[in-house]
Design a protein around this ligand. Structure first.
Ligand SMILES: NC(=O)c1ccc[n+]([C@@H]2O[C@H](COP(=O)([O-])OP(=O)(O)OC[C@H]3O[C@@H](n4cnc5c(N)ncnc54)[C@H](OP(=O)(O)O)[C@@H]3O)[C@@H](O)[C@H]2O)c1
Length: 372
């Protein structure tokens, strides 16, 4: 059995749901069949009940037709990755799915702490010293904005820790997490050098079989105006990947927020491309890079009180505003997966019912931009 998502495995998973779920729920990306709704693991308390809730939510999501799991080493101070690990053990033990049927993505860059937030500056410094400085993984000057590093030795340490936390032999996507954080302190030229070294390390990890592909998970970088200090050009990022990996490089995924209140990826022509500009979704498509949307519910805020006109335009037949907001994101041409944070199994049940409904036809989707 392969240690990662495969075309055959994800196709098998999709086939199991063929009679229950709507056409268009699974999409082809990088040769894999991925569900249009993925489960995210960012928010929530750093406590055992939330760990347990996430483990149950992830297990239930995989049972209901969601085969994309997104996490990051720093989410809930490594507890989210460990909850994914707990869920995977249950999924394998009970035979609900096999490893080649679903995709596991995680991220590195932010210093993660160990299980809980440090209670004060002294505890934080003690953690930095014992985990990274004394073992020679980081020098104090490698830490940017007090929380982030792209140093290859550090990223390797983090990637290996993620493999342990998740209990897997291989991670399907390893994202550099919010790299634009560094632009607040580092000159752009130096930043590109750091990213180049990070990509080089990630290509080595692909060769070593620890990851299948890599990418960038961002907040502002890819949807900001091109003159913003934290803007990043996807074309330039892909060039960096080509420099280290050649045309067969493995920089295959990006993540950025996209929801009813943050529609830039579809609507804003901010990305430089030759002599003109395109939306990030179009430029990513041209470059063969798959897009995952984060914060599909604007961190829960779009799960209620949507304006009536908007609800109507999204389909009144849907059961509630959370489904409507997710329907918007998953119906966007160019977005393969709408990630939704769900620590509660009841939210998984509600949101995955949407998988029985096809995404909006493009004409209906487009009217949202004209009429609402
Ligand atoms: N820069 C980055 O890399 C980045 C940034 C943000 C997010 N992400 C990824 O994208 C994922 C999704 O984003 P997000 O978690 O920040 O925000 P989100 O998906 O917009 O919202 C998650 C919140 O919505 C709640 N929710 C889910 N379904 C609901 C429903 N049916 N009714 C009411 N509330 C509901 C969740 O509650 P419960 O937890 O109680 O179920 C959670 O509090 C993250 O989990 C993470 O994996 C990446």
């Amino acid at each position: 059995m392969s240690a990662f998502a495969t075309p055959q495995g994800t196709s098998r998973y999709r086939t199991r749901f063929q009679t229950q779920l709507a056409d268009g729920h699974f999409r082809r990306a990088q040769g894999l069949w991925l569900s249009s709704i993925g489960i995210g693991t960012y928010l929530g308390e750093d406590d055992a009940p939330t760990d347990q809730a996430y483990a149950e939510a992830i297990t239930r999501a995989v049972e209901l037709g969601c085969n994309v799991i997104d996490t990051a080493i720093n989410y809930r101070f490594q507890r989210s990755e460990r909850s994914v690990g707990t869920a995977l053990k249950t999924i394998f033990k009970t035979g609900k799915a096999s490893r080649d049927e679903f995709l596991v993505a995680t991220k590195g860059g932010f210093i993660p702490f160990e299980g809980h937030a440090p209670k004060d500056q002294e505890e934080m410094q003690g953690y930095f010293d014992s985990a990274f400085i004394r073992p020679g993984i980081l020098l104090p000057e490698d830490i940017v904005a007090g929380c982030h590093s792209l140093k290859p030795r550090y990223l390797q340490n983090q990637l290996d820790q993620s493999l342990k936390n998740l209990g897997v032999d291989c991670i399907d996507i390893y994202y550099v997490h919010n790299p634009e954080t560094q632009l607040s302190e580092i000159p752009r030229k130096e930043f590109y050098q750091r990213l180049l070294r990070a990509f080089e390390l990630l290509e080595q990890n692909v060769s070593a079989g620890k990851i299948r592909s890599y990418g960038m998970a961002t907040w502002n970088a890819l949807r900001a105006a091109s003159n913003a200090s934290d803007y990043l050009s996807l074309v330039e990022m892909e060039e960096l990947a080509r420099t280290v990996g050649g045309i067969e490089h493995h920089f295959k995924f990006i993540q950025l927020p996209f929801n009813l209140a943050m529609p830039e990826a579809f609507a804003f022509h901010n990305q430089k491309r030759n002599d003109d500009r395109g939306t990030i979704l179009k430029v990513a498509e041209d470059l063969g890079i798959t897009v995952m949307a984060s914060a599909s519910l604007l961190q829960g805020q779009l799960s209620e009180n949507l304006p009536a006109q908007m609800s109507q335009a999204l389909g009144e037949g849907l059961a509630g505003d959370a489904q409507r907001a997710i329907q918007f994101t998953r119906s966007t041409p160019g977005i393969s997966v709408a990630l939704v944070g769900m620590s509660k199994p009841i939210h998984v049940e509600e949101n995955l019912r949407l998988a029985t409904v096809p995404p909006l036809p493009f004409e209906q989707y487009r009217r949202l931009f004209k009429e609402v």
